[in-house]
Design a protein around this ligand. Structure first.
Ligand SMILES: Nc1ncnc2c1ncn2[C@@H]1O[C@H](COP(=O)(O)OP(=O)(O)OP(=O)(O)O)[C@@H](O)[C@H]1O
Length: 315
């Protein structure tokens, strides 16, 4: 059975004055998915997250959360989502328990359920031992856990996290990422980030936003496959002069690698594999490896966001 759709975003745009910060963005997320919303600084991630969470009105388009239109039926729509903004709304002078009680009340949980909700959220976020500590005295990593706990205290099906690991040290980053992954078991999660390995480590799907437009929507594996590499890795038993390979049609350059292989850069639509294979047989080069080089996710990201793409290119 297909999991229910938790959020549907249709052609959402947002202007700030004359600046079109988000341009006709559409996507959806189902229960059990962790969707990475990836983009460089200023791409429009926070604006999109604020719109999705009902904190900012779109200039155009529509958002439905758990089947409820966010503008027409804000109460049930907002009850179905939890939101961790880029700047978590923490009160430094409250204890963790006091703050989470307050958040439970804000989310209109019946008084009788608040204590259980607080304890469950603390348990999920690794906060069981710090309920009586002042938030201001906690480490940044623990403060972020409190931020996540407030987002899930009312058990929303959808959780939206805007840059949850920003400003954390490497150990805290690892802990928060594994917490996000755990959240993905019970909730649909939208994770906004500018860090590609974060998406790789945590998400099932990715959407790349650049200058307000989605430039790619794919699975994590699909993202890696998305850009065909325009280079071959070639190994011979008797390596020819690089000039011989460099002279082949479509070849842009040849560079020897430290492990003895050659990296043959070629024009994307002129793969010289067949020519190299037959020449190697003819000239006795002893070809024993020839394979396309796989672009790393970093390369894919850089290529996608540094080239201008028409809107139709969005998957
Ligand atoms: N309140 C605002 N008024 C005017 N322009 C804004 C406002 N908020 C954001 N912008 C602009 O809109 C664009 C998108 O910003 P947004 O914060 O959504 O991007 P982002 O991808 O979240 O980046 P970052 O990670 O740096 O926050 C940027 O050019 C930004 O300067």
């Amino acid at each position: 059975m297909t999991a229910p759709v938790l959020a549907e975003v249709e052609n959402v745009s947002r202007y700030y004055g004359d600046l079109l910060a988000v341009r006709e963005v559409s996507f959806s997320i189902r229960q059990g998915e962790i969707l990475g919303f990836l983009g460089p600084n200023g791409a429009g991630k926070t604006t999109t997250m604020q719109i999705l969470s009902g904190n900012l009105a779109p200039s155009g388009g529509r958002v439905r959360i758990a089947g409820h239109d966010l503008l027409a039926e804000p109460k049930p729509a907002k009850a179905a989502l939890g939101y961790l903004p880029e700047q978590p709304p923490l009160y430094r002078d409250l204890t963790v328990d006091e703050y989470l009680d307050y958040c439970a009340a804000l989310n209109r949980l019946p008084r009788i359920r608040r204590r259980d909700a607080r304890e469950q959220a603390k348990a999920k976020c690794g906060l069981a031992d710090v309920g009586r500590r002042l938030i201001g005295n906690l480490s940044k990593g623990y403060q972020q856990r409190v931020g996540i706990a407030q987002a899930i205290i009312h058990l929303p099906p959808l959780v939206i996290l805007d840059e949850p690991t920003i400003g954390l040290d490497p150990i805290q980053i690892r802990e928060i990422r594994s917490l996000v992954k755990e959240l993905g078991r019970d909730h649909g999660v939208i994770l906004s980030t500018h860090i590609l390995p974060e998406v790789q480590a945590v998400c099932d799907r990715v959407q790349i936003i650049h200058k307000g437009s989605l430039v790619l929507a794919d699975s994590i594996d699909g993202l890696a496959r998305h850009l065909k590499s325009a280079a071959l890795l070639v190994a011979f038993r008797r390596t020819p002069e690089t000039a011989e390979i460099a002279a082949l049609p479509g070849v842009r350059g040849v560079s020897p690698l430290p492990d003895g292989r050659l990296r043959v850069l070629h024009e994307p639509d002129r793969d010289p594999t067949d020519v190299i294979v037959s020449l190697a047989a003819e000239r006795g080069w002893g070809l024993h490896e020839i394979s396309p080089e796989r672009a790393s996710l970093e390369q894919v990201f850089v290529e996608l966001v540094t080239e201008e793409r028409p809107a139709e290119a969005v998957a």
